[in-house]
Design a protein around this ligand. Structure first.
Ligand SMILES: [Zn+2]
Length: 362
């Protein structure tokens, strides 16, 4: 099925992404970036034999002037014969994303900055500050008082439009509904990665004090995650405690807990969700899971994100498969007379950019 014209033409705000690699990728790097996997093992064969691998061959090959379904070898050979900047520009421009909200706190040395990404794509970018990364950076501060002062200043700097917590990677999402005391949190300052649950919880509250929309990594990611601790329903006490603050909380990716996330977005006034990473990871199955993610969530509470990291192809596929899935969802609703054409247009605009613009005050 083709993409409805008004969905194909939507400008997108990508409310969660990371930046593209500065350099070419070897086949092994390319394959492991496709799946956020630790590495390719001969035991399991090539990652091109996956939903996303086939999506690259089907959809990305034509943008590099190759036939649809070009082989993995032909694709990578062609890709490496071009300058990486050209490859990145091609895919970023084709994505139709006009604004990137970039979490630059993971492996920043490998990736273009938000500003570089935006100038390559002829787009805008804004910064999402990664709380645990910021706390680690500031851990060299002379005193606890200076740490707090610096942290608060950074959370309030003009370029920052949101904060992100990777509690899921460090302690899991079972964050207490009780706000920890500052003294208790500051006792755990150390130079290594922030893993202390009290500090992680305190940072989340600090971000909300600053009025920053707060993103949580939820659901799947790489092998550092204990998936059973990443179910968003574990956040319920925290969500209940913060519901009255008027500060948005955004549940990222969520797969395979996308139905739980939709439920939380339905019942809590400040909760929003997306299906980033999964949208392109699911390849030709994206429409089915996207429809599940939208089963009960109010349409004013669902956002587009790519969660692209490293490969510019992931921005393009994230946007393309999102459009395909959204189009299928709306076409199905129109066919069933669930809503009018003008409603379908409005729902599309909300999810593509208007919800993000409202939540992040862009
Ligand atoms: Zn991410």
């Amino acid at each position: 099925m083709g993409i409805l014209p008004f969905v194909a033409e939507l400008g997108l705000i990508d409310h969660h992404c990371h930046g593209v690699s500065r350099t070419d990728s070897t086949r092994e790097e390319f394959e492991s970036l496709l799946l956020e996997a630790d590495g390719v093992s001969p035991l399991g064969g090539s990652f091109f034999d996956s939903a996303i691998g086939f999506a690259v061959r089907r959809w990305c090959a034509p943008l590099l002037d190759l036939p649809r379904h070009a082989s993995a070898e032909a694709y990578l050979e062609r890709r490496n014969s071009l300058h990486i900047t050209e490859v990145s520009r091609t895919f970023l421009m084709a994505s139709g994303i006009h604004t990137f909200l970039v979490d630059g706190g993971f492996q920043p040395e490998r990736l273009l900055s938000g500003a570089e990404l935006a100038s390559l794509a002829g787009a805008d970018s804004h910064e999402i500050v990664r709380l645990e990364h910021l706390a680690q950076e500031l851990s060299a501060a002379a005193s606890a008082a200076e740490f707090v002062h610096e942290l608060r200043a950074r959370l309030r700097s003009a370029s920052v439009v949101g904060a992100k917590s990777v509690a899921a990677y460090r302690t899991g999402l079972a964050i207490s509904g009780e706000r920890p005391s500052e003294a208790e949190a500051l006792r755990s300052i150390s130079s290594g990665p922030v893993k202390d649950p009290v500090m992680i919880s305190w940072l989340a509250w600090e971000a909300m004090d600053a009025g920053l929309p707060l993103q949580f990594h939820v659901g799947y990611g790489d092998s550092d995650i204990d998936l059973h601790r990443c179910d968003p329903s574990l956040l319920t006490p925290f969500l209940r405690a913060t519901a009255g603050l008027g500060v948005p909380v955004l549940l990222l990716h969520n797969y395979p807990f996308h139905r739980q996330a939709g439920y939380l977005a339905q019942v809590f006034p400040h909760v929003f969700c997306d299906l980033g990473l999964a949208t392109h990871g699911l390849g030709h199955q994206a429409s089915r899971v996207f429809a599940e993610a939208l089963e009960i969530v109010p349409y004013g509470k669902f956002l587009f994100s790519s969660d692209a990291f490293g490969l510019p192809e992931l921005y393009y596929l994230g946007a393309l498969l999102f459009r395909q899935a959204l189009s299928d969802f709306l076409a199905d609703g129109l066919r069933r007379d669930a809503f009018l054409e003008e409603d379908a247009h409005r729902i599309a605009r909300l999810i593509a950019s208007e919800n993000a613009a409202r939540v992040y005050k862009l």
